[in-house]
Ligand binder design. Structure first.
Ligand SMILES: [Zn+2]
Length: 153
């Protein structure tokens, strides 16, 4: 694993480079399913042979959030989900059975939201849409609309 990206990302965010921070940031940068709970991160660390406690994982993720590296989502009926903050402001759909998260970005919806805000006399600066449903059959990951250009590895 190369440490350079995580290293410089930490420095850019004004965080001291420590081993737990590097390991956790790398997991978030390299994860295929990049919406992760603290527990997911913890389990991945363990699987990689990294002895980092769950409390440390929570603390580091909170520091990342404060530094703007990571976004925290509170989806209904689940634990907090973290992902790298790429600034692309996408929306999410969450499976109520499995907790699986997929993301999407739809220009028609975004345009309509702008219009609605304008009609109501607002200028729109942000929005969050979360759809809840159930993953059907074998569509799996392949069918999800990818907006992230998977962070370089
Ligand atoms: Zn996302």
């Amino acid at each position: 694993m190369k440490k350079t990206t995580a290293n410089s990302d930490l420095k850019k965010a004004g965080l001291k480079v420590t081993l737990p921070r590097i390991s956790i940031l790398e997991i978030l940068e390299e994860a295929e399913q990049h919406h992760m709970s603290a527990e997911d991160v913890y389990k991945t660390l363990l699987a990689n042979g990294n002895e980092v406690g769950l409390a440390t994982v929570y603390r580091v993720l909170t520091q990342f959030e404060a530094a703007g590296l990571v976004t925290r989502h509170h989806f209904d009926g689940g634990q907090a989900i973290f992902e790298l903050d790429t600034g692309d402001n996408h929306d999410h759909i969450v499976c109520l059975k499995t907790g699986k998260v997929a993301e999407f970005k739809d220009e028609i919806i975004e345009k309509r939201l702008e219009e609605i805000a304008t009609e109501l006399g607002y200028s729109l600066s942000d929005h969050k849409i979360v759809l809840y449903g159930e993953v059907i059959g074998s569509q799996k990951d392949k069918r999800r609309l990818k907006v992230h250009s998977t962070t370089a590895s």
